[in-house]
Write a protein that binds this ligand. Structure first.
Ligand code: NAD
Ligand code: DAU
Length: 344
C-alpha cells in the first residue's frame, strides 16, 4: 500500500510545487495542512485538487488538537514540514509571527510526530541560518556554525535546534534540509525574482536594495522538491543536508537578466534604501546531498529563469489575483475566516 505523508504549508510556493511533484512521481497520498495566510493560495493547487490521493486540511500547525487529529484520521506515516513565515522583510517589520509559526508550530509538530510514531520528519530549513559570507569565503557546509542575522533566520535556526534536540533526546527519525534561494512558478511576488518579473511586465519600477551587489545562490524549485523527497527516502536520520543550485548571482545581474529577457529597459531599476542587517552573500556546498542522496541540481539558472518568466507571462491572471487580493476572497468563501478542519 502506498504511504500517506503530511505536507505542511502545501498551499505556499515550495509546498505546492512539492505536492505536484510527489503526485506525479510517487504513488503516495498527500495531506496538505495549511493555514492559508497571505502566502497560502489554493489556486496554486487547482490542477491537483481533484486527485483522489490529495486532501486539504485548513488549519495552523500550532493547533495541537488539530495536528493530532490529522495524524490519526489520515494515518500519516511521514511529515515534510514546509509551513513557515518565510519573508525576511516581514520579519524585520514584525518578528512575533515568525516565532509563533516557525518555532512554536514546529514544536507542536515534533511532539505530535513523536507521539504518533512517524517514520520520517523532514524539516525544511534554509541556508540563512548560517548567516552571511564574504566574497572569497568558501560556501556553507553542514558543519558551518549557525549565525542567523534576521528575525526570520533566527526563528528557523531555533526550529532547527528543536529538531536536533528531538532526534538526540527522543530518537525522533528527523532530518534537516537547508536550501538556498528558490525560484519558479507560483512564487509570491514579494520575493525578488517574481517581484521583478511582475513589475517588469507592468513596466513598474523594480526596487534594488542598497548597491544590488548582494549574492544569492539560486535553485529552481523542482530541484529542491526532488531533494526533499530524496532526503525522505535516502537520508540518514539525524543528519542535515544542504541543497543549492551552484548558481551564485548578484541581485543586480538577476534583475538585468529579467529585463533583457522581457525586452524592458534598465531604467526600470530603482535603487532604494538597503534592508537592515542585509546578508551580503549566500553560497551552498551541496556535495553531501550529491554523495549520499544521489541528488544534484539539474536546471541551469538560464533555463530556469526563462521557464519562470514564461510561466508568469502565461499566468497574468494568477499574479493579478494575488496582487488584488482576489485569491483570498476565493478561500474565505470556501472556508470562512475561522480555522477549522476541512477534509475533502
Ligand atoms: P511561502 O511563504 O510561499 O509558503 C508558506 C506556506 O505556509 C503558506 O501556504 C502559508 O499559508 C503556510 N503557513 C504559514 N504559517 C502557517 C501556520 N502557522 N500553519 C500552517 N500553515 C502555515 O514559503 P516558501 O517560500 O514556500 O517556503 C517553504 C519553506 O521552505 C519554509 O519553511 C521556508 O523557510 C523554506 N525555504 C524557503 C526558501 C525560498 O527560497 N523560498 C529557501 C529555503 C528554504
Ligand atoms: O536563502 C534562502 C531564503 O531565500 C529563504 O529561506 C527565504 O524564505 C526566502 O525569502 C529567501 O530570502 P532572501 O531574503 O534571500 O530572498 P528575497 O527574495 O527577499 O531577496 C533576495 C535578494 O534580493 C536579497 O538580497 C534582497 C534583495 N531584494 C529583495 C527584494 C524583495 C531587493 O534588492 N529588492 C527587493 O525588492
Amino acid at each position: 500500500m502506498s504511504k500517506t505523508v503530511l505536507v505542511t504549508g502545501g498551499a505556499g510556493f515550495i509546498g505546492s510545487n512539492l505536492i505536484r511533484w510527489i503526485l506525479s512521481n510517487r504513488d503516495w497520498r498527500v495531506v496538505n495542512l495549511d493555514a492559508l495566510t497571505y502566502a497560502g493560495n489554493l489556486a496554486n493547487l487547482r490542477d491537483v485538487e481533484s486527485d483522489q490521493r490529495y486532501r486539504f486540511v485548513h488549519g495552523r500547525i500550532e493547533d495541537a488538537a488539530l495536528v493530532h487529529a490529522v495524524l490519526e484520521e489520515h494515518r500519516i506515516e511521514g511529515i515534510i514540514h514546509c509551513a513557515a513565515e518565510s519573508h525576511v522583510d516581514r520579519s524585520i517589520a514584525a518578528a512575533a509571527p515568525f516565532i509563533e509559526t516557525n518555532v512554536r508550530g514546529t514544536l507542536v509538530l515534533l511532539e505530535a510526530a513523536r507521539q504518533h510514531g512517524i517514520e520520517r520528519f523532514i524539516h525544511v530549513s534554509t541556508d540563512e541560518v548560517y548567516g552571511t559570507l564574504g566574497p572569497d569565503d568558501p560556501p556553507f557546509t553542514e558543519e558551518s556554525p549557525l549565525a542567523p542575522n534576521s528575525p526570520y533566520a533566527a526563528s528557523k535556526a531555533g526550529a532547527d535546534c528543536l529538531v536536533r534536540a528531538f532526534v538526540h533526546t527522543y530518537g525522533l527519525p528527523a532530518i534537516i534540509t537547508r536550501c538556498s534561494n528558490n525560484y519558479g512558478p507560483y512564487q509570491f511576488p514579494e520575493k525578488l525574482i517574481p517581484l521583478a518579473i511582475a513589475n517588469a511586465l507592468d513596466e513598474q519600477p523594480i526596487p534594488i536594495y542598497g548597491d544590488g551587489r548582494q549574492v544569492r545562490d539560486w535553485i529552481y524549485v523542482t530541484d529542491h522538491c526532488r531533494g526533499l523527497v530524496a532526503a525522505y527516502e535516502h537520508g540518514r536520520i539525524g543528519q542535515t543536508y544542504n541543497f543549492g543550485g551552484r548558481s551564485e548571482r548578484r541581485n543586480i545581474d538577476v534583475v538585468r537578466a529579467i529585463l533583457r529577457l522581457l525586452g524592458r529597459p534598465d531604467s526600470l531599476i530603482e535603487y532604494v534604501a538597503d534592508r537592515p542587517g542585509h546578508d551580503r552573500r549566500y553560497a551552498i556546498d551541496c556535495s553531501k546531498a550529491e554523495r549520499e542522496l544521489a541528488w544534484r541540481p539539474c536546471v541551469t539558472f538560464e533555463d530556469g529563469l526563462a521557464e519562470t518568466i514564461a510561466w508568469y507571462q502565461n499566468n497574468r491572471a494568477w499574479v493579478d489575483a494575488v496582487r488584488s487580493g482576489e485569491y483570498r476572497r476565493y478561500y474565505e468563501q470556501q472556508y470562512g475566516s475561522r480555522h477549522r478542519t476541512v477534509a475533502r
